[in-house]
Design a protein around this ligand. Structure first.
Ligand SMILES: C[S@@+](CC[C@H](N)C(=O)[O-])C[C@H]1O[C@@H](n2cnc3c(N)ncnc32)[C@H](O)[C@@H]1O
Length: 175
């Protein structure tokens, strides 16, 4: 289950994960590309990319919450829609699916161009890392896994972030 009000307080946590990710994956792979972000939330990933001088002007961010999309702080295209029943013209160079594949089904093949890629992620804890990894791989089973990045978030001094949360990212390509 997903709670909107709690989510907003996660921005520093999400940004910390993107920061770690950027040390292990060259995020320039997104530069100027036509990208679909499913369940983008308030477009924090795109905000992070833009701060790294990565051109996100061709990103289309979809979220079922119009409220989240309106909170965006970066120039991207937005669409309030249910990602599981999208009907879009054309295909994309890449699809981003961060912290969302546990929430709905999505057929990546429908929107992927030849030689395109997917960056997907899910949070995990010590108890469920294998389960989460397998779940993510199952969701991406039509694609070739290129890179797996596991980020173990350190607890911060802020009380509300005191429980460490970790994230597994998978980069997969359409072969
Ligand atoms: C945990 S947040 C992740 C947001 C963003 N991807 C990130 O990593 O910061 C989950 C998002 O999924 C959206 N969502 C949930 N079900 C959805 C659906 N069926 N279609 C589109 N968006 C959905 C929620 O509104 C929320 O913004």
């Amino acid at each position: 289950m997903f709670f909107e009000s709690v989510y907003k307080s996660w921005k520093p946590k999400q940004f910390a994960k993107y920061e770690h990710l950027s040390k292990q994956l060259d995020l320039k792979i997104f530069d100027g590309k036509k990208v679909l972000d499913i369940a983008s939330g308030p477009c924090w990933f795109e905000e992070f990319l833009a701060k790294q001088k990565i051109d996100v002007s061709n990103f289309l961010c979809v979220d079922k919450s119009e409220k989240h999309l309106k909170e965006k702080n970066v120039a991207v295209k937005i669409l309030a829609a249910d990602a599981s029943s999208l009907s879009l013209p054309g295909k994309f160079d890449a699809i981003v699916a961060l912290d969302c594949l546990h929430l709905f089904d999505f057929d990546f093949r429908k929107y992927l161009k030849k030689n395109s890629f997917v960056l997907a992620s899910l949070f995990f804890n010590k108890q469920n890392i294998e389960e989460r990894r397998n779940f993510l791989k199952q969701k991406l089973k039509w694609l070739k896994i290129k890179k797996e990045i596991v980020i173990q978030e350190e607890p911060t001094y802020e009380k509300r972030l005191s429980v460490s949360e970790s994230e597994i990212f998978i980069l997969a390509k359409l072969s």
